[in-house]
Design a protein around this ligand. Structure first.
Ligand SMILES: [Zn+2]
Length: 141
């Protein structure tokens, strides 16, 4: 599918990689910031309804789950250590608390991580975005 995104004013384009990543992490189109990046769940929309950017060109692959697992592990470590010090807490209750918290954290982090990774790939012109990087479009390349 060719990239036939509509030309945008420089003021609408992100001004930095972090700006693009922030838009993606919030589930907004990294290019225009105007509408949803995801069609539902973890699948990005084919094209942005406002700017026409093709978001099927990404190849986020395993990086978003890696980010979610890494952050969850670092956030859960002190919780697990703290729960381990509570002697009155039965093991099954500790396991249940840890499983629910870890599962919830991964579920909460996964979509923002995927949005950020897609935005970074677009900004840097990686994978299917090669030759049409956001950085170049914003005049920063
Ligand atoms: Zn857009």
């Amino acid at each position: 599918m060719p990239n036939a995104a509509l030309p945008l004013d420089l003021a609408i384009l992100p001004h930095s990689a972090w700006n693009a990543i922030g838009r993606g992490a919030l589930g907004k189109c990294p290019r225009c910031g105007g509408t949803h990046l995801f069609a539902g769940g973890l699948k990005p929309v084919e094209r942005c309804r406002m700017c026409g950017q093709n978001w099927t060109l990404h190849a986020a692959d395993d990086f978003p789950p890696y980010i979610a697992i890494l952050l969850t592990g670092h956030l859960m470590a002190p919780v697990i250590i703290g729960l381990g010090k509570v002697e009155s807490l039965p093991e099954w209750a500790m396991m249940l608390i840890v499983l629910v918290l870890a599962g919830s954290l991964i579920a909460a982090i996964l979509r923002p991580a995927k949005g950020g990774v897609i935005a970074l790939q677009w900004w840097l012109g990686m994978q299917g975005f090669a030759g049409n990087s956001g950085k170049a479009e914003a005049g920063l390349a």
